[in-house]
Design a protein around this ligand. Sequence first.
Ligand SMILES: *Cc1c(COP(=O)(O)O)cnc(C)c1O
Length: 614
Amino acid sequence: MVDYGIPFWSNNDFIIEDGKVKVNYGVCPPIIDIVKQVREDGYRGPLLIRFPHLIKKQINKIFKAFNNAIKQYHYEGSFRAVFPLKVNQFPHFILPLVHYAEKFDYGLEAGSKAELILAMAYTRLGAPITVNGFKDKEMISLGFIGASMGHDITLTIEGLGELETIIEVAQSMGKPCPNIGLRIRLHNGGVGIWAKSGGINAKFGLTSTELLEAINMLETSCLLEKFTMIHFHIGSQISDISPLKKAIREAGNIYAELRKMGAKNLKGVNIGGGLAVEYTQHEGEQDKNYTLEEFAGDVIFVLMEIAKNKKEPAPDIYTESGRFIAASHAILVAPVLELFSQEYTEDALNLKEKNPPLIEELADLYNSINERCAIEYLHDSLDHLESLLTLFDLGYIDLKDRSNTEVLVHLIIKKVIKTLKHKNHSDIIRIQKEVQERYLLNCSFFQSLPDFWGLSQNFPVMPLDRLNTHPTRSASLWDITCDSDGEIAFNVKKPLYLHDIDIKKEEYFLGFFLVGAYQEVLGMRHNLFTHPTELSILFDDDGRYKITNIQEAQTILDVLDDIDYDTKEIERSLKQRIEDSILINEEERKEILGQLYIMLSENGYLRTVLNGEK
Ligand SMILES: *Cc1c(COP(=O)(O)O)cnc(C)c1O
């Protein structure tokens, strides 16, 4: 059985059973059943399915890991955490998160005014709010308003200019003043493709000279008592634990030094996010070299040692991990619309009474392939292909011959792969790149997997059923945008194999997993494809599930309205053109108008259905 690397990436959130991928919770529903149920209600195109129980699982996991490490080392500080809103601000993610957060006083992190408004509205009093990113006077005032609501809110200063503004606002707005955090610039930078957040040339943070100046400014404006936290973030998806350990050691020492300089209310070290998610489907290609438990243990241990050596109290530890919390909760399901070389079947073969000798020979090869001669025949057929194409260029064979050649060679390759399916012959592996099948998916990678497009981030992908059947086609995936970047190419090092299906007779769905972090809000409307239809799966206490929060993808008119078109004018103009056209007769007019209006009120994804189906 091909398991699509599920043991590497799924954390047991999803399992394979009876040839289907199932949600490993409650009654363990097969995802394909959920998809079919939703499609029966008329929803077409891609689906984004949320599993809120996985948000709860991740929150529980991170608190458990840190609290266990605290117990193990008899650490005297506490563990606190916030969810960084930039990772996913969508309500059907955030509302369940805030609900599950209560038990832990888990808070929210905001990086903009709009996010801060969300944090102030949805964080429970008592849970922390942290505010990062560049801030103007208005945003700082918003922080003061949050503090006067009773929120435990910390404004993290990214530069001295911001501190000046805080002092100004504090003087004009008076009490209560939010807590102040200082973002420190570490010389131990981040690693990986998201590394720009850390290091000496980082976009954010105060140098040690600026830190000294900041303490000075806080002291003279009587705000030093409000300085409670230092903060750093060395980048997302940290693959290697060692730079993180160095960063924590550096930050721990800065913490102790600042306390010795009189920052007596400095009690928190905020280590930012960066906890990595394992996305790989292939052995030996792992994205990270540590476990959550190791991560938590290292953070606690390093800070404990520094506090002990410098005779300062152990700091409270804050994290802002986002990817780790959000990634697993959502999957994207894309219907396959077409296999491009589907036409290369025996039916497509149209041999003449008398064929060129090389074509006769190809037909013989095809009919007599067996395991022993498969590779030899494969080589012969590729030689013949080359010769026949040259003959075509020179005008010796016609288009019908050329078509027969292409069909026969494809048939031979397919048969060879099938005959040798359990052998890893190097020729087979090489040839798979040449004969990959292109699967056209009803979705947009730009909208739903933007990090694939922008950062070559791979997301685990697999068919939702037929997992009892060996997949034989090396696959490349194409989305329906007309952009050549909308392709996930076949990669010999990380091969993807899919099933050879007849899409005219049967449905085939691919699931992309771990898409719950960053993808939704970064997704772009290339070709005006919008956020897909989304839904949540909720389990009750008996483990039964229900489909809730269905939100259909935006209609065509709404998309056009969003980018500021006058949709009334568009409707008017289309109607006028139909009415004025001399190519349309009176009876057709009404029907065409009706059709057009239906289309305008549907989403823009393709609505292909199986033959015979309505
Ligand atoms: C982006 C960001 C995070 C979240 O990082 P993850 O890698 O998703 O955990 C946390 N803190 C800050 C300051 C960030 O900018």
